[in-house]
Design a protein around this ligand. Sequence first.
Ligand SMILES: [Zn+2]
Length: 385
Amino acid sequence: MLHTATSEQIRKGLVTDVYFERTEKILREKGIDKQVRAEFMAKGLPEDWSWAVLAGVEECVSLLKDFPVDVRIMKEGTLFSANQPVLEIHGKYLDFGRYETTLLGFICQASGIATMAARCRKAAGDRQVVSFGARRMHPAIAPLVERNAYIGGCDGVAVGLGADLVKIEPTGTMPHALILIMGSTVEAEKAFNEIIEPGVKRVCLIDTFNDEKMEALNVAKALGRDVFAIRLDTPSSRRGDFNKIMEEVRWELDLRGFRNIKIFLSGGLDEYHILNYNEYADAYGVGTAISNAPVVDFSMDIVEIEGKPIAKRGKRSGSKRVLRCLDCAETRVVPVGLRTAPCSCGGDFEELLTPALSGGEIVTPLSEPGEIRDFVIKQLNDVQL
Ligand SMILES: [Zn+2]
């Protein structure tokens, strides 16, 4: 029914470009199987990004587990920049070469989603950011979209399966459909308040029928203290006056003693809209910008064969270390085995590429989604949008 590959097909290496299969056939028939070191790196980042968040690590490690290879990888959630290797595999080419397509697919898309989520998080400061974009991608990968949105820094995700994966409760109240079917915003909100368990925050959608300001007041009067937030699902046609609309709504709510009611904004938002709306908005639902974020164009390159450094034109050969200063976050890429000078700030460096698999055995336990997210948010202090 679905036009997607199964986990079994992926693990068997069936999702691969045919030229890797042809390469494999030739090497096998010629009896050539060399020990190689291959690194995964992005030569540049999408749009104006100066950093990105590495994601997809858990899937890479799960795939390579039990393969006779050694793997060094950056911890999931590490902020990296162009020309910093994020993953290195050491083993017989024929044991992992055909998985190049698969491994790149894991990290390219996941890192794009996690990075956009982190950018929205950075733009929003302490305001809430919820992932609403599952509907913009194939449902088979909705949990993946939600997981990477969450580890990138979203506070919540809308799809239950995604929420399960990251061990949180899903976020969301009602679509316009419920209000249209019930024929009244206030009636729909009252029904929600009556029927849905009290632990779910009452976020009231107020732009279905009437002017946002009037409807916000109607809902506030009807539900009073129960209203946690009102949600404005921005039609892009009104984008220009949106701060004006929020300012009015805020004013009228405050005047009537509803200062506690927050303003939740959604509808075609990205990190730059968020920066623009922070004055009045308290929370954001972000869809397409996160779910359909640009992918990070990683590539896999051989940098060593049978212990000898080698690389194609334009690539630096040899195994590398990526070092980050614990104090100032300056990052260096240096050859393995070469002594390095201390950081100019006097701080100590930490190693970002650390062993994940040794002979196919997991040597570093994988982090929980909540830990990865905390790690991303901590690093966001050191960078600018
Ligand atoms: Zn330093």
